[in-house]
Design a protein around this ligand. Structure first.
Ligand code: ARG
Length: 613
């Protein structure tokens, strides 16, 4: 398909000298495989676009393809068997040993910073967005050949630790046993309301509630933060214990989500001894200005940002922005990255505008490398979630509920299913994660249980179901086809290894290849052609994920594949006894290709594909 695109572009360029050639994907496979919209060229040449399309259709010829004018578009349409050969070849034969849509290492380094929860708070449904969007971005960039560094800017520093220290010493002093009492860290899925982190969080909420009527408590919290910042041993000891408690719990959630980071050691606290040098850097560059009561700020009015960036408070303490500046300088030094993506909510748009503007002033190297990819916040029907007030939805509760709902359906419809519990977890996770991806990245999401864990419609389980159905067809087909149905784990592990092995030397583990059947006449039906067309859209969807910094295009394309598979399955009998062996082979090959593509796409999103459900 790539070669074809290239030829088409070249022929167009030859026919239209001096015109930018940008190809599109037609709306449906019936129209063709590639489309050239003639509007721009027609305008440049002073022609009518439809007339130009007609002229081009007559002037250009490409072997194996028809060029058809459809209104203002010039469509290139492959003969059914050529299309089948091109798509199946790309998926099954895994040219160059790479999974479908994966590209060779491109030598570019991308930092994806995501998740970044605040320590000592609980993981809510709000944190799912940054975690899973970030995960999909990291996976997809890697698949596209980037060298990816996955970072988590843990919120393990800041004034909230003053509050925690004050609350703890007020009410829970008495040794570590207080938070960890009756708690066994070895429990795989402890009741969230009994975990040390939850107890700590309750102290935090109580402190904020009581502080309303007792302003002196605020000074107490500030005092504790000051002690922490100046290296007081007791404050430090408690802080690192709080951090430890939080990390252990976050790790459990990351393991469940299948998400990992290059390091969890580069949280906000990590930059503490880099703050003074950072401030010095800003000072040397002549950027620091005295603000209110001796606070230090950087003015950004000249670049159109009216709020100055505060980097040091009047009492000399550092703030969030200071640590982000230090982090950016550190990352430049340590990674020499080409791009740094910050997957952080829309509520921090101003913060990142300020951050990037300061960096641009400080060092032109940063220009164009930094990108905030904001996402809409999750709201409750009654309004914003607030950790302080305690009205939040915990991510684990959502995942548990989704799993329970799936389990109940399995119990009703397929009680003999092997590995029921595992499948329920995969599908529950699929529902929640896919729901998130199908949402527009930037608009806020209103959380309701029924929407987030819906199992019908354009959902993860719908896509997962298509995969399981194909596996079942392959098992029934028997012989080497049945082996394909079992190859799932192996292929998946390979895809993963491959993703991790995308070193500059190229893929190390060759992706398992399978020959395309010689006779593809069994795939001429429009439903088979429609499925092939949607499969051909996956590499473009992957590119769109990286370009738009969101998983949505991939999620949508997977739904399109699953849906067209359903049409194919209904209209092109795969195992019907009257099929000739050649028809059967061709149709089964398309099944294998579809399963692989679905599995890979889900994998990039952090969702598993069950073999049975
Ligand atoms: N911990 C922050 C929060 O929960 C997000 C951190 C985002 N990343 C950054 N480099 N500032 O709001």
């Amino acid at each position: 398909m790539e070669a074809l695109r290239h030829t088409f572009e070249q022929r167009l360029a030859a026919a239209l000298p001096g015109v930018d050639i940008a190809l599109e994907r037609p709306k449906s496979g019936e129209l063709g495989d590639l489309a050239y919209p003639c509007f721009r060229a027609a305008k440049q040449l002073g022609k009518n676009p439809a007339q130009l399309a007609q002229e081009l259709a007559g002037a250009i010829a490409i072997e194996g393809a028809a060029l058809v004018a459809a209104g203002p578009y010039l469509n290139l349409k492959l003969a059914p068997e050529t299309r089948a050969q091109a798509v199946l070849g790309a998926i099954l034969e895994a040219p160059e040993g790479r999974p479908y849509g994966f590209r060779q290492a491109n030598g570019k380094k991308v930092i994806v910073e995501y998740s970044s929860p605040n320590i000592a708070k609980l993981f809510t449904i709000g944190h799912l967005r940054s975690t899973m969007i970030g995960h999909a971005l990291a996976q997809t960039h890697q698949a596209l050949g980037y060298d990816v560094i996955r970072l988590n800017h843990l919120g393990d520093w800041g004034t909230q630790f003053g509050t925690l220290l004050a609350a703890y010493t007020r009410w829970a002093e008495g040794g570590n046993a207080d938070l960890e009492r009756d708690f066994d860290w070895a429990e795989p899925a402890p009741d969230k309301r009994r975990t040390p982190l939850f107890r700590l969080f309750q102290l935090y909420v109580r402190f904020h509630a009581e502080e309303e009527n007792d302003p002196a408590m605020r000074d107490e919290a500030r005092g504790w933060f000051k002690r922490l910042e100046t290296g007081d041993a007791e404050a430090r000891r408690l802080w690192s214990w709080f951090r430890e408690i939080s990390l252990r719990e976050f790790q459990r959630i990351y393991d469940r989500l299948g998400v990992s980071f290059d390091t969890l050691a580069q949280g906000e606290a990590f930059y503490e001894d880099r703050l003074a040098p950072t401030l010095q850097c800003l000072e040397d560059a002549g950027l620091l200005v005295e603000g209110d009561k001796g606070a230090r700020i950087i003015n950004l009015e000249d670049v159109g940002i009216s709020t100055p960036c505060l980097v040091q408070k009047a009492d000399g303490t550092s703030i969030y922005a200071t640590r982000d500046l230090a982090a950016a300088l550190y990352r430049k030094e340590s990674y020499a990255f080409d791009r740094c993506l910050y997957v952080v909510g829309t509520d921090q748009v101003l913060h990142f505008q300020q951050l990037f503007a300061v960096l641009d002033k400080l060092d032109p190297w940063f220009k164009g490398r930094m990108l905030h990819t904001p996402f809409g916040m999750v709201k409750l029907p009654e309004g914003k979630m607030s950790t302080r007030k305690g009205n939040v939805i915990f991510l684990e509760d959502v995942l548990d509920e989704a799993r329970e709902r799936v389990a109940a359906i399995i119990e009703e419809k397929n009680p003999d299913l092997a590995d029921k519990a595992e499948v329920a977890e995969m599908l529950g996770m699929g529902a929640v994660v896919f729901f998130d991806a199908m949402n527009d990245r930037v608009k806020p999401i209103t959380f309701t249980w029924d929407r987030v864990i819906a199992l019908d419609g354009d959902t993860g389980p719908y896509v997962q179901y298509a995969h399981a159905r194909i596996m079942s067809v392959l098992r029934k087909a028997g012989g080497h086809w049945a082996a394909q149905a079992q190859a799932q784990d192996q292929v998946q592990v390979q895809a993963q290894t491959q993703i991790q092995a995308a070193t500059p030397a190229g893929p190390v583990v060759p992706f398992s290849a399978m020959p395309v059947p010689a006779d593809l006449a069994g795939l001429q039906a429009p439903e088979a052609q429609a499925l092939l067309f949607e499969l051909a859209g996956l590499p473009g969807a992957m590119a769109a994920v990286a370009e738009g910094c969101m998983a949505t295009p991939l999620a949508r394309q997977l739904v399109a594949v699953a849906r067209s598979f359903s049409g194919y399955y209904t209209n092109c009998p795969i195992l019907a006894p009257e099929n000739t062996p050649a028809v059967r082979e061709a149709r089964l090959a398309l099944c294998v290709a579809t399963a692989r593509a679905l599995r890979q796409g889900l994998f990039l999103m952090g969702i598993q594909a069950p073999e049975e459900m």
